[in-house]
Design a protein around this ligand. Structure first.
Ligand SMILES: [Zn+2]
Length: 134
């Protein structure tokens, strides 16, 4: 059973816009929302500075991470995942993504040349999720 992601269309558009604006580098940010069993309900994006010096990687600025956590908590929610882009590459987790992942039951949204895909990091690996953008 794969997880399900509720993602409002306005947030889908915002992720695509961020990916375009950051070219040729990867964009990145955090996802605020709630987890309900196997489902993730994304309610807000928190764009973050990408501190990586490599155009094919991202590293979220820890100060932005802290700010996002405080904002989410103030809304009675949590940071449930992250998003980033893969310019001119597939929307699949890279080896660098796997190396950088660690938080269990964390949602990963990746936008690439083939679209937007969702994964949950669970038991040391990425599993595909279904995006429900209604
Ligand atoms: Zn990546």
């Amino acid at each position: 059973m794969t997880g399900r992601v509720e993602l409002p269309p306005a947030l889908v558009d915002a992720i695509y816009a961020a990916a375009k604006a950051s070219l040729p580098r990867e964009c990145c940010g955090l996802l605020e929302g709630v987890r309900e069993g196997e489902a993730f309900r994304v309610q807000a994006l928190h764009p973050a500075h990408n501190l990586s010096s490599d155009d094919r990687r991202f590293r979220i600025d820890p100060a932005d991470h802290l700010k996002a956590q405080k904002a989410a908590r103030a809304n009675g929610r949590a940071i449930i995942g992250c998003y980033h882009s893969h310019p001119q590459r597939q929307a699949q987790p890279s080896a660098a993504d796997a190396a950088g992942a660690g938080e269990e039951n964390f949602l990963w949204l990746i936008v690439g040349e083939d679209g937007l895909n969702a994964f949950v990091y669970l038991d040391g690996g990425f599993r595909g999720c279904v995006i429900d953008a209604d």
